[in-house]
Design a protein around this ligand. Structure first.
Ligand SMILES: Cc1cc2nc3c(=O)[nH]c(=O)nc-3n(C[C@H](O)[C@H](O)[C@H](O)COP(=O)(O)O)c2cc1C
Length: 182
């Protein structure tokens, strides 16, 4: 995917957040309280509690394209990706709550998510429900990002043939992105 983006767009500045090697912590009470406070009332402790969230939001705001490469865990996002989401989906920073629901405050941009899954999703034995694709689309939508494209690489725990098929699917998906973006 990164090679494809480089071929298409030339030199890129890549911010690589490897959440497996360097997990972001779950949010805690101090962060949640600080996030709900009016910005003008925050002191040093609240700014410290929001520092990581600010860094992650700055990275997201600065990105022309967001590429997420992740396994599926229990039908949805792994908990460390959920922790990242909890830092970036923040009231009065990336969305505003209104009686009509959340209004996203970020500029729209493409989010490309490559999701590796151990099992299948087509009809048949062992087929599962995918909560992850609609969740990613919904949660990014809540901050104003609607261009969320997800490809599932299925059956990745079922041997080399399936892995090869998963990569074929990824290539076809990447090709379709190139056509759409052209
Ligand atoms: C805790 C855990 C939960 C998992 N849940 C699912 C699941 O719900 N559906 C699925 O298809 N695969 C599931 N898997 C399998 C992983 O998605 C699969 O092993 C993944 O594609 C491997 O990617 P990786 O080699 O990049 O880790 C799960 C794996 C783990 C460790």
């Amino acid at each position: 995917m990164i090679a494809w983006l480089k071929r298409r767009h030339g030199p890129l500045t890549i911010i690589d957040r490897d959440l497996a090697a360097d997990p972001v912590p779950h949010i805690d009470g101090a962060m949640a309280r600080a996030s709900l406070m009016p910005a003008a009332d925050r002191g040093p402790a609240e700014h410290a509690a929001l520092a990581l969230s600010e860094t992650l939001i700055d990275e997201l705001e600065g990105a022309d394209v967001v590429l997420i490469s992740t396994p599926m865990h229990n039908f949805t996002v792994p908990s460390v990706l959920k922790a990242w989401i909890d830092h970036v989906v923040r009231p009065n920073r990336t969305f505003r709550s209104t009686p009509a629901g959340k209004i996203g405050l970020l500029a729209d941009r493409p989010v490309l998510a490559v999701v590796s899954c151990g099992g299948p999703f087509h009809d048949g034995p062992g087929s599962q429900r995918d909560m992850m694709t609609p969740y990613l689309q919904y949660v990014f939508g809540s901050v104003g990002i609607t261009q969320v494209e997800v490809v599932r690489m299925e059956n990745m725990a079922r041997g080399a043939d399936f892995v090869a098929r998963g990569f074929e699917r990824l290539d076809a998906w990447t090709g379709s992105l190139a056509i759409r973006a052209a």
